[in-house]
Design a protein around this ligand. Structure first.
Ligand code: CA
Length: 229
């Protein structure tokens, strides 16, 4: 029997947490609930869930702080629940490590679709080559690791997936929508600026420069591509 994937649902509205947990359980996930920030971090550390659904406004400390703390010990996918669409920069940007967000009020089906798309991801990484080199940047699809000049770079799964998607077709310029289709799934909708936020983190971790890029270049009017352009 395949081991069940575990989802940690962090939401202080108990009724909503229960609804979300119920939907996830019916889809075959093992679900654990936390109703405040400190408990969420404890459970994330002891249970090592595959994915965390994380409300922003929580007692104790908020979801952004939870995300920051759990990133020290897990690369689990994190989907933030935000109150407003315009919070995407703040939530995904400042929390440095959330992979996706869903705006409240949301339909449980929408959230489940996001969860499933995300947990399908590692197996669908386009792996035409196990190892891709771009100058001194080396990306290993099998171990999902990246090095620059031989030094390991710690990427979140989303950052890795973005890089791997572009590395699979290094000559191509990708639109934000294409990157969303490949990484978040073609049924994802929301603020495509999400891509820019993750590309920003990716560049920072690779030590890349926007003005004089070595790895990730901005393609004016299109989106992003690999190479110094
Ligand atoms: Ca809340």
């Amino acid at each position: 029997m395949v081991e069940k994937l575990t989802v940690l649902v962090v939401e202080d509205e108990i009724a909503l947490a229960g609804v979300v947990a119920g939907y996830l359980e019916r889809e075959g996930f093992q679900v654990v609930q936390a109703h405040d920030g400190p408990t969420a971090v404890e459970l994330a550390e002891s249970l090592r869930p595959d994915l965390i659904v994380l409300d922003v406004m929580l007692p104790g400390f908020d979801g952004v702080e939870v995300c920051r703390r759990v990133r020290h010990f897990t690369d689990a996918y994190v989907i933030m629940l935000t109150a407003r669409d315009e919070q995407v920069d703040k939530i995904v940007g400042l929390s440095v490590g959330a992979d996706d967000y869903v705006v409240k009020p949301f339909s449980p089906r929408e959230l489940i679709a996001r969860v499933q798309a995300m947990l399908r991801r590692p197996r669908s990484t386009p792996a035409s080559h196990a190892v891709t080199a771009l100058g001194d940047l080396v990306l290993d699809e099998e171990s999902r690791s990246v090095t620059v000049g031989g030094a390991p770079v710690e990427l979140t799964r989303t950052e890795f997936d973005l890089l791997a998607t572009m590395a699979a077709r290094p000559r191509l310029a990708f639109s934000r929508r294409q990157l969303i289709d490949e990484v978040w799934g073609s049924d994802w909708y929301g603020d495509e600026h999400l891509v820019d936020v993750h590309i920003g983190h990716l560049r920072r971790k690779l030590g890349d420069s926007v003005a004089d890029p070595r790895y990730v270049r901005t393609v004016r009017g299109v989106g992003y591509g690999l190479g110094s352009g």
